[in-house]
Design a binder for this molecule. Sequence first.
Ligand code: ZN
Ligand code: ZN
Length: 283
Amino acid sequence: MAWDNGGDTAGSASNDGGRAGGAASGRAGRPRRGQPVFTKNVAPGIHRLEHAFVNLYLVEDGDALTLVDTGLPTTWPLLLRALAVLERHPADITAIALTHAHFDHLGFARRAQSELGVPVWAHAKEEYIAEHPYRYAHENNRFLYPILHPGSIPILGRMAVAGALNVEGITGLRTWEPGATADVPGRPRVVFTPGHTFGHCALHFPDRDTLISGDALVTLDPYTGVTGPQIVSGAATADSVEALMTLDALAATDASVVLPGHGEPWRGGIEAAVDHARDMGPS
Ligand SMILES: [Zn+2]
Ligand SMILES: [Zn+2]
């Protein structure tokens, strides 16, 4: 397990387009076989845990933490290790915020709900998927992608090993409104970004010049293995046309740092990321 404690990242967050370009080309962002990587301060007070090609984030706000997304079921013990690295305790997490409720973002939510006893926030349109993690709208046949895009096979295989096929649903979501400031540590603004799912929301932290984009914009598509800013392929996206239109809402944040649900952080600004995603188009 790699624990990258390079905490100086935050200091160079706003003017690091060159490195971001490296990530886009796959040089810095090349999949690393999905082993866990924990990186402190990928943005000010925001820490990133990557496991099996899925990202989750811990957002600090004084003594409290918000957990953004809950990875896969076997990510749970890695979260506990990450907290130990931060010299924090599970009880410091006082809220869970879901960008959306796909199985790879809902992974250990049920366990966290019962063991931490904290509210799980998402858009109301995610309630159905949260209860039924494998019943979600998507445009294309998921089973064709490994044939058409062999680069996805190690990624999807690693996700399966990490429990992607065994995610339990949850009930009792607390729901937030588009445009609202979420009542969770870090107080992000909820950016409604439907398309990937019908209730997808990105989280904008204006005071940190950072956007957690979830799967509205990723820098690695697990279903094709392609890196660089893009929407997720139709294997897992409900409506690619809407997903491309919703990029406008991401661009409007003007955030310098973009932290996606899959792939490396993007430090070249949301506008450049959105331009790249539009050029890539649907897949
Ligand atoms: Zn998703
Ligand atoms: Zn995802």
